[in-house]
Design a protein around this ligand. Structure first.
Ligand code: DAH
Length: 343
């Protein structure tokens, strides 16, 4: 008995000593097989001597053998944990310096046109306007017909519209959204409809075949030109500073009567005349006017009961003026060096 117990103790001591030296999982597995392997393992070898042990000592020996097996497994587990911890420390110490200051991730930013649009949208949302978007591929009915521009009217040519080969067109202005909004909602209505528009224009510093407009429409009982002037004046102050003045120049659009161009006093020279305003002291924001009765009628509104103002402001132009950018092409070239200045 004592002989066999000594063998067990020696085996445990040997495993403990060797396991403490091992440096990788494969070696630990190999030691496990060597000691605990079912066939030819050293523990099973010692156990084979069980047959020779006197009967009354067998139970005691069995207990010791179980203890030895548990102690061996514990020694192997400790070795495994030590090796796993060491390999993590190793990985961290060689590949990563966790104390090194982090490089902030590149999160991107909003495009300058989006910033500008947000400034306009914030202003109108706070005044109860709904924001709408609509199709860039339009039909003549919404783009012209219902806006009081009948077929064969020369105004259709002035728009330089892209017609699509299978019918339809790329909208040359956001004004069709007036019709779509009024067809979808009974009066009163107050909406802002920003979006892309397309024209057959040659590309240069101030023209692009694609640019952005912000259509505004406010129809209710008793809306007057005074409301239009009020909103335009407040918006220009919001966008360009409290000292800005607005000016309304008589103009002509088929879908408004009367019609006016909205100008804002130049923020660069305060109206004295400079490069930004090409010497005039004023900057053009877009077209506007009182919604033509024919347009209200086409949308199912009663022009005897309701009146409204509408405008189509140039978003790209507003962004150019606010940030002193003199070439519209810079918005669409996706030069990050340029865009990141405003992100
Ligand atoms: N749709 C016109 C254009 O693109 C701009 C415009 C003028 C819009 C007067 C309006 C308006 O809503 O009332 O040239």
């Amino acid at each position: 008995m004592s002989d066999h117990s000594d063998q067990l103790e020696a085996l445990v001591a040997d495993v403990r000593a060797r396991a403490a030296e091992l440096r990788d999982v494969d070696a630990i597995d190999a030691l496990k097989t060597e000691v605990l392997g079912r066939k030819g393992g050293r523990l099973s070898h010692v156990m084979a001597g069980l047959a020779k042990i006197p009967k009354d000592e067998k139970a005691e020996f069995g207990r010791r053998a179980n203890d030895a097996k548990r102690e061996i497994e514990e020694a192997l587990d400790r070795a495994r944990q030590r090796v796993a911890g060491a390999s993590l420390d190793e990985a961290l110490s060689h590949r990563y310096d966790v104390t090194f200051p982090a490089i902030p991730p590149h999160t991107g930013g909003l495009h300058l046109l989006r910033h500008t649009l947000d400034a306009v949208v914030d202003f109108f949302r706070s005044r109860g306007f709904a924001i709408l978007t609509g199709p860039e591929v339009e039909d003549e009915y919404h783009a012209f017909e219902t806006l009081n521009i009948p077929a064969d009217h020369p105004a259709r040519d002035n728009m330089d519209t892209f017609y699509l080969p299978r019918g339809g067109l790329l909208r040359p202005h956001t004004s069709p959204m007036q019709i779509r909004a009024m067809l979808a909602h009974p009066p009163p209505i107050a909406v802002l409809a920003p979006g892309k528009v397309f024209r057959r224009d040659a590309l240069d510093a101030s023209h692009s075949f694609m640019f952005h407009q912000i259509e505004g429409l406010h129809v209710d009982r008793g809306i007057t030109f005074g409301h239009l002037k009020g909103f335009a004046t407040d918006l220009c102050r919001h966008l360009f500073g409290a000292a800005r003045r607005t000016r309304f120049r008589p103009s002509y659009f088929q879908f408004t009567e009367p019609s006016a161009e909205v100008d804002v006093s130049c923020h660069a020279c305060d109206g004295a005349g400079c490069r930004t305003c090409k010497g005039s002291g004023w900057l053009e924001m877009g077209g506007s006017g009182m919604v033509h009765p024919n347009v209200l009628r086409a949308a199912g509104y009663d022009p005897e009961a309701f009146t409204g103002w509408a405008w189509g402001l140039g978003l790209d132009r507003i962004a150019m003026l606010r940030h002193r950018i003199d070439d519209i092409r810079t918005f669409f070239e996706n030069d990050l060096g340029f865009l990141e200045q405003f992100g």
